[in-house]
Design a binder for this molecule. Structure first.
Ligand SMILES: NC(=O)c1ccc[n+]([C@@H]2O[C@H](COP(=O)([O-])OP(=O)(O)OC[C@H]3O[C@@H](n4cnc5c(N)ncnc54)[C@H](OP(=O)(O)O)[C@@H]3O)[C@@H](O)[C@H]2O)c1
Length: 216
């Protein structure tokens, strides 16, 4: 059975992906921060699920996670960097703090996990905002995802025998977009969640490094 370490397992995409993987014979170590309820439900239902609470912005907690994997002799086949936040203030309200907060979770945390954990394949969940879709209200997020896209390329130089994939999604209908009015949401071409999950899983067995863009 392959072991998957999934950050942000309790989020919109994370829950759907966890369910798919748990139903398809993967062991999923589901990392969550505050949203315990949904993770507890999955943990109760599937014997191949592990739940693990962590604030990924706390380095000590990541160090404990690394020790936990080592102590229990758990080898990670696939690391999925999925947890992320965004800040949707107007550009005039953005400052060093808003930049660092978003960068911390979206770029630094994947970096630390990619550096400190042993895995065969790494999948970084990115955004079309890192490629060709721009918005001043998400400038920190957009830049954090550009940096995330670079991380895979840089790590490939250090670990040429590992596989690095980056998947850049268009809009996903999750709580990340809960700030949007319902009327605006009706106009958005969301990527269907089952398609998003399928496209991530497609990358698992391909022994090649890829950067893909997935839109509706
Ligand atoms: N939504 C979109 O339109 C969209 C589009 C393109 C790409 N993406 C990318 O898709 C991925 C999944 O996003 P989503 O839409 O599913 O987001 P989401 O529903 O907002 O979920 C965010 C996840 O990140 C976790 N998280 C937040 N802060 C954390 C912290 N300090 N420590 C540990 N975990 C933390 C949350 O955990 P708790 O809930 O347990 O606190 C949650 O599981 C992200 O990388 C996002 O950038 C999203």
């Amino acid at each position: 059975m392959k072991y998957v370490l999934l950050t942000g397992a309790s989020g919109g995409l994370g829950v759907k992906l966890s369910k798919y993987l748990l139903n398809n014979n993967y062991h999923v170590i589901m990392l969550y921060n505050k949203n315990k309820e949904v993770i507890e439900e999955l943990h109760a239902k599937y014997s191949n699920a592990t739940m693990y609470q962590i604030d990924l912005t706390n380095d000590n907690e990541i160090d404990e996670l690394v020790k936990y994997l080592y102590d229990y002799d758990i080898n990670i086949d696939i690391l999925i960097n999925n947890a992320a936040i965004e800040n949707t203030s107007s550009i005039d309200d953005k400052n060093k703090d808003t930049f660092f907060k978003v960068y911390e979770l979206n770029t630094y945390v994947p970096f630390k996990l990619m550096k400190d954990i042993k895995y065969n394949t790494c999948i970084n969940i990115s955004s079309e905002n890192a490629i060709d879709t721009y918005d001043e209200v998400t400038v920190e997020y957009d830049l954090s995802k550009v940096s995330l896209n670079m991380l895979g390329k840089i790590f490939k130089m250090k670990y040429p025998n590992r596989i690095y994939n980056t998947i850049c999604f268009g809009w996903l209908d999750t709580k990340m977009n809960s700030y949007l009015d319902e009327d605006i949401k009706k106009e958005i071409d969301f990527v269907p969640m089952d398609k998003a999950v399928r496209e991530i899983v497609k990358l698992f067995d391909k022994q090649e490094d890829k950067e893909v863009i997935i839109r509706k």
